[in-house]
Design a protein around this ligand. Structure first.
Ligand SMILES: [Zn+2]
Length: 460
């Protein structure tokens, strides 16, 4: 009893401090706007509540800015004490919106927010009188009666209301974290493919400067495709973030999204295959990254590699070997002719991206961390070296298909030399163009390397 009396005293003191804070603004003849949460019982704040409160506060400020409400930001006050989280700010004296209009605006804000019934935005005029629109807030717990009526009639216990509030807060915090992470991942995926296409010139590949060994596509074809793929990157991430089923059953689900993505790609490019390889690689990669982050709260190279290997378990055998009787696709043809060496991107995935992890990613991690501060030439140079590291290792089945094994060996050798020589880079570009060679698989792996690099360097 003594204890609860002490707590009550502390809460009342804290409330008194708030009243004094408001009184300071009244003295200066300001109308004020304040924000608090309806948390019954004690304690009235903790990390979960404060995180929610700050999000609501920022959202409220943005909302008021959007509605042209002028506030005096240099006088804003944020308090966390025994009475809970509290924010107060004076309203500019020449504000075109009167206090009643403002009250209605903020009621509209409350009613459209998730868990809006927890939120109290109060408006006091410059005489210290609270402004009311006459609307009564509904009870948080039952949503049937006015909050004040349930409180007076003690329809629910403090405990049951608090339990419901904390459960709801946990749920929306998890959703908010998930959305932020997925938005970031999707942005990284788009950035990776845009950086890849922007590297110019590239050996045999489409770039801003030329179309390499291609006649049916150019830089803008890739932009059309990149934009069309964004919603599908989101779908791959959503699938990974929520997936708790068996890993060996996931590939058809990733493919299902991938097929739809391909259809949109062909629509956007006028039937040109720009990013089919990327759809496959990013499908598996984004699924894996999202799953790892949702489970472990952070990304790890090793976990990623093992998960990719697990997902693609048997992919070479199942998809290329079994079909070898009715040879149809490029991949199947190359596999029949060259075995594992001709299995291309499937082999790369089956082994957990060796061409990415051996040299390309360590090089990026070392040199590209603060890429926002680099100039265009420096960015081009780093992307170029990363691509060369990949070409020098990757058994690109695009090269095997358009040429032969000797050409692949030669391209790998030229790429290795070009890592340290600008002259050799030009030689490599010329060789690819003259021999109609396009290391498209390596370009896709450059995008994968960039995606993983961005993820590793971000707070997700
Ligand atoms: Zn109620």
């Amino acid at each position: 009893m003594v204890n609860s009396q002490k707590i009550l005293e502390k809460i009342l003191n804290a409330r008194e401090n708030r009243a004094q804070q408001r009184a300071q603004f009244l003295k200066q003849q300001f109308n004020t706007l304040s924000l608090s949460l309806n948390i019954p019982g004690y304690p009235k704040s903790n990390e979960l509540i404060s995180t929610f409160f700050l999000e609501v506060k920022n959202n409220l400020i943005n909302y008021l800015q959007a509605n042209r409400v002028e506030l005096i930001y240099e006088k804003e006050t944020l308090i966390v004490d025994e009475a809970g989280d509290f924010f107060i700010i004076p309203i500019a004296k020449n504000s075109k919106i009167n206090v009643l209009e403002l009250k209605i605006l903020t009621e509209n804000f409350e009613s459209t927010q998730t868990l809006g019934r927890l939120i109290d935005v109060d408006i006091f005029n410059d005489l210290g009188v609270p402004i009311s629109s006459g609307k009564k807030k509904l009870c948080y717990f039952c949503g049937k009666h006015a909050a004040i009526s349930c409180m007076r009639n003690k329809r629910h216990t403090k405990e049951e209301i608090r339990n419901l509030i904390f459960n709801d807060l946990k749920k929306i915090q998890a959703i908010s974290i998930k959305n932020k992470r997925i938005n970031t991942l999707v942005a990284f995926a788009s950035k990776a493919i845009l950086y890849e296409i922007s590297l110019s010139p590239k050996p045999g590949l489409v770039s801003f400067k030329d179309t390499g060994s291609h006649t049916d596509m150019h830089f803008f074809t890739f932009l059309n495709s990149a934009v069309a793929l964004t919603p599908f990157f989101n779908k791959f991430c959503e699938l990974g973030y929520a997936y708790t089923g068996k890993i060996e059953e996931i590939l058809p689900k990733i493919r299902h999204i991938g097929i739809k993505a391909e259809q949109e790609m062909f629509k956007a490019t006028g039937n040109v295959n720009t990013h089919k390889g990327i759809i496959f690689l990013f499908g598996i990669s984004l699924f894996s990254i999202a799953k790892i982050i949702s489970e472990n709260n952070r990304f790890s190279d090793t976990t990623f590699k093992y998960l990719v290997i697990e997902i693609s378990n048997g992919i070479v055998k199942n998809e290329l070997e079994l079909n070898s009787k009715k040879v149809a696709t490029h991949g199947e043809l190359m596999y029949k002719k060259y075995g594992k060496l001709g299995a291309g991107i499937r082999q790369e995935v089956a082994e957990g991206f060796p061409s990415v992890f051996k040299n390309a990613l360590p090089f990026l991690d070392k040199n590209f961390k603060n890429h926002q501060k680099l100039n265009q030439e420096e960015i081009q140079e780093i992307l170029q070296t990363t691509l060369l590291h990949i070409i020098s290792l990757n058994n690109d089945s695009n090269i095997l298909y358009r040429s032969n094994f000797e050409a692949l060996t030669h391209v790998k050798k030229l790429a290795k030399n070009a890592i340290h020589s600008k002259k050799s880079y030009i030689e490599l570009c010329n060789y690819c163009k003259e021999n109609n060679i396009s290391p498209g698989g390596s370009a896709d792996l450059l995008s994968v390397s960039l995606l993983i690099h961005f993820v590793k360097n971000a707070q997700l």
